[in-house]
Design a protein around this ligand. Structure first.
Ligand code: NAD
Ligand code: WQD
Length: 347
């Protein structure tokens, strides 16, 4: 298939692009590089020995998307592009609704014009809000608690309405749980700008010596060790889920929702222990107050994806930490390398 991948230079997009190329697909990546660089795609080219056709462009520029689609031959779109920082979305809601919702509307309009009606969309377990009814099934009530999560919920509604208006659409909505890890080569991985919001990249930066210690947000949750429990999923398993969804859409029309998680929960202390083992040294941590908006426990029931797609996550938490560590230890400062004196003087 020829696949248009929005946000393909980012964390999950670059790993999925690699898997698509290895699977023999042709890929055109469309990304405005607002939270990524082309280094990730260079590495994907090196790893696969295949060319990534990269177009720098913004979803807010519908004409630019049309121009790419006018070249013809596309079979499907995988739509990763979006802003994803929960805290920033609370501070800058307009930016999030415009980028994520308006950007998606532009993409859908361009797809309609091009007669392209096969789409895989990156949703998130965040749409379930603070439901305490675990494991979460696709039919669990949606109740996102922040603007970022609401952009995902709104886009899911838009996609349902679109397919109700025209039954020729084939749409896979993938609700990721907590993506972590990296390609086993250690050559591509997550490269957060500034202070990481998420646990794994923070732990990894402590392990590599860029930060002093991990702050564990809350040790008084009603969980076995008092810390929050999440369903961490290896990014390569996630990438495989996209390939499986794409295959499903070749022979099915409709709008489908699948949880992509392992179905197993790990606590913050479990993660720190597994990462310490991977890195070969203890990781300093300190208990801190709960982070506002966090739920105690979240994990998926991933049986829907197994039944429909034949997909399930294969890599366990130890493997996630080993692969994340290989990436972090080989690239302590991410793709850009260590800061230079020029970086410091320009701040
Ligand atoms: P990422 O920031 O690494 O990748 C997103 C990419 O989209 C970036 O390369 C960015 O430059 C690009 N982008 C953003 N806005 C754009 C625009 N208007 N036009 C063109 N490109 C644009 O994030 P990620 O972790 O790879 O996440 C990918 C998708 O998965 C996002 O939609 C995110 O909301 C969703 N998701 C991520 C997680 C997670 O924890 N990483 C969990 C659930 C869902
Ligand atoms: C995991 C656990 C924290 C950082 C977020 C988004 C969600 C989705 C995935 C995009 C929690 C604890 C964290 C730290 C800690 N993203 N923690 N110290 O909150 O489950 O989900 O990322 O869709 O929308 O909300 O992931 O990695 O931030 O936190 O103790 O420095 O680690 O309290 O229990 P979360 P996370």
């Amino acid at each position: 298939m020829k696949v248009f991948v929005t946000g393909g230079a980012g964390y999950i997009g670059s790993h999925t692009t690699l898997c698509l190329l290895e699977d023999g697909h042709e890929v055109v990546v469309y990304d405005n590089l607002s939270n990524s660089t082309v280094h990730s795609l260079r590495r994907v080219q090196e790893l696969t020995g295949r060319v990534v056709d990269f177009r720098e462009g913004d979803l807010l520029d519908g004409d630019a998307i049309d121009q790419v689609f006018d070249e013809g031959g596309f079979d499907a779109v995988i739509h990763f592009a979006g802003l994803k920082a929960v805290g920033e979305s609370v501070a800058k809601p307009i930016r999030y609704y415009r980028n994520n919702v308006v950007g998606t509307l532009n993409l859908l309009e361009s797809m309609e014009k091009a007669g392209l009606r096969r789409l895989v969309f990156s949703s998130s377990a965040t749409v379930y809000g603070d439901s305490s009814d675990v494991p979460l099934v696709e039919k669990s009530p949606l109740d996102a608690t922040n603007p970022y999560g609401r952009t995902k919920e709104q886009i899911e509604d838009i996609l349902s309405d679109l397919r109700a208006s025209d039954p020729r659409w084939s749409i896979a909505i993938l609700r990721y749980f907590n993506p972590v890890g990296a390609h086993e080569s250690g050559q591509i991985g997550e490269d957060p700008q500034g202070t990481p919001n998420n646990l794994l990249p923070f732990v990894a930066q402590v392990a590599v010596g860029r930060r002093d210690k991990v702050f564990v947000y809350g040790n008084d949750y009603p969980t076995p060790d008092g810390t929050g429990i999440r369903d961490y999923i290896h990014v390569m398993d996630l990438a495989a889920g996209h390939i499986a969804a794409l295959g499903y859409l070749e022979s099915h029309t409709g709008d489908f929702r699948w949880n992509l998680g392992t179905g197993r929960g790990s606590s913050v202390l479990d993660v720190i222990e597994a990462f310490s083992a991977a890195a070969g040294h203890p990781i300093a941590h300190e208990f801190a107050p709960r982070r506002p908006g966090d739920v105690a426990v979240s994990y998926a029931d991933p049986s829907g994806a197994l039944a429909d797609l034949g997909w399930s996550a294969r890599r366990d938490l130890d493997r996630m930490c080993q692969d994340h560590w290989r990436w972090q230890s080989s690239n302590p400062y991410g793709y850009a390398g260590p800061p230079t004196s020029n970086d410091l003087s320009s701040n």
